[in-house]
Design a protein around this ligand. Structure first.
Ligand SMILES: O=C(CO)[C@@H](O)[C@H](O)COP(=O)(O)O
Length: 219
């Protein structure tokens, strides 16, 4: 199973409706929330997420790049996001937070920056529905994929296989036709792609192409 989630960060924010409609074949929409504290960039918050929710039935995959996810993440679940990702570097109580997200009907997901190892968090995996490995430093779209993250992706895949269950493994940052196969071969099943999708002549064709390449390379 492979999921392609276009990142709206690379879309025209004045025309989100048409961006959403340009990727009907996607498995979900990735929504980046940045607070200019956890990352040096500022994007959007709950009111915009609520408007996106009202505009589409597509799965909403919210990625919180904020300093206080314990306070804010549950509200994104209540607003209708099917998946809410918090950064483990920012969460004060990740287990409690994951349980709060699940209690609100959302998939609970934990993200790691490129230099954050997975091993200290191995015992948390049964509490999660997805692990997001950042393959760029979070904050901006259009960055180059960091190959140094691949060994961590492989180690995370092995840990998840040991835990069992339906925990997705996602990558975000620099995902394109050049990098998607390496990620899939390392065990990724969920791919966030911003500039490669919304920078394409036909975003939906790019979604299909990324899925084809990932499926063919899947371990
Ligand atoms: O979270 C982030 C950036 O911090 C991403 O979701 C970007 O939006 C990915 O953009 P591309 O690297 O695919 O252009």
């Amino acid at each position: 199973m492979v999921r392609i989630m276009p990142s709206l960060l690379a879309a025209d924010f004045a025309n989100l409706q048409s961006a959403i409609e340009s990727v009907p074949g996607a498995d979900g929409l990735h929504v980046d929330v940045m607070d200019n504290h956890f990352v040096p960039n500022l994007t959007l918050g709950l009111p915009v997420l609520e408007s996106i929710r009202a505009a589409t039935p597509m799965m909403l995959d919210v990625h919180l790049m904020i300093t206080d996810p314990d306070r804010w993440a549950p509200a994104f679940a209540e607003a209708g996001a099917e998946s809410v990702t918090f950064h483990v570097e920012a969460a004060a109580a990740p287990v409690r937070l994951a349980r709060e997200l699940r209690a609100r009907g959302a998939r609970a997901s934990m993200a790691l920056k490129p230099a954050t190892p997975i091993e200290p968090y191995a015992d948390l995996l049964p509490e999660l529905d997805m692990v997001l490995i950042m393959t760029v430093e979070p904050g901006f779209g259009g960055q180059k994929f960091l190959d140094l993250c691949l060994p961590k992706i492989e180690r995370t895949r092995a840990l998840l296989d040991r835990v069992g269950g339906d925990v997705w493994l996602q990558v975000d940052g620099g995902v394109s036709v050049e990098t998607v196969e390496r990620c899939a071969a390392a065990g990724v099943d969920s791919f966030v792609a911003g500039s490669s999708v919304f920078g394409a002549d036909d975003p939906d064709v790019m979604v299909t192409e990324l899925r084809r390449l990932a499926l063919a390379a899947s371990a």
